[in-house]
Design a protein. Sequence first.
Length: 325
Amino acid sequence: MITRRAFLKASLAGGAAVAFPQTALQLFSTPIWSAISAPLLEVAAGETLITILHTNDTHSQIDPLPSNDKQYPGKGGVARRATLVKRVRKENPNTLLIDAGDVFQGTPYFNFYKGEVEYKSMSLIGYDVGTLGNHDFDNGVDALAAAMKFANFDFVSSNYDIRGTPLESRVKPYVVRVIGGVRVGLFGLGISPDNLITPENFKGVKYNDPVKASREVVGTLRGREGCTLVVGMSHLGYYPNAAEGEIGDTQVAEQVDGIDFIASGHTHTFMKQPVITKTPSGGNTIIFQVGKSGIYVGRVDLKMRDGKLVAAAGKLLDLRDESLG
């Protein structure tokens, strides 16, 4: 299904980017491969640049969208994503590729192959870590665990208690990666299954409060694990103006200190650039979500100096066919 010719026939167009911290925001766009794969920030001696590439809600979209799609004709496809990731990693080897859930459900690939194609594709592309979305449970816990045997990357969920289920051996509360000498802690958050996941398909898994779970895991990552960069993958959804009691990524960031970046998912929000949310102590948490179906890939570059995050820049990467320019 993924041919060599398809992998080679790939191109990328740039979206918008935002540079921070402080109060200065710089917007820019870059429409060519070489510039898009290049770092978004300059680094000096003694500084390290960490690149985070992220997706969400890819929903079994292995091929590009059809050419007659009304909104995104011909965009996306795992072959182009693979080409992009390869080019970015060539420019900056200190790159992590993560996913915020809902890899499954949306095309016949899932109906016929039960997640095998999705996880094999992600493994070939070079994903490092992913979390779980509600649709990843569409065939039940046993089927999800069976599909995971085709994945050679880590799964994390900090607020799903999977003990005693077939997922226990594959899903961790967090992972730590040392990249460019920087200890990066990565954790995941899953949405409440109520009215989203058939109880039988979620059998044995317990949902815990994501704010409390985040405080605990961030404390562990910052404390015992000694991480100087903390990244969350969240399938809670992006609700900047949430109703009372609704918990999304903004609300987690507003209540939890110590999260540097949240790769967001669930709401299929096509954000043009990352946003900054203030934490309880006045720090910054970056939040970015890139729609659905693998149409876009998000990129956030994080500059580290003396064990601290000193600057960041984010950009929306638009996958499109060469024939579109």
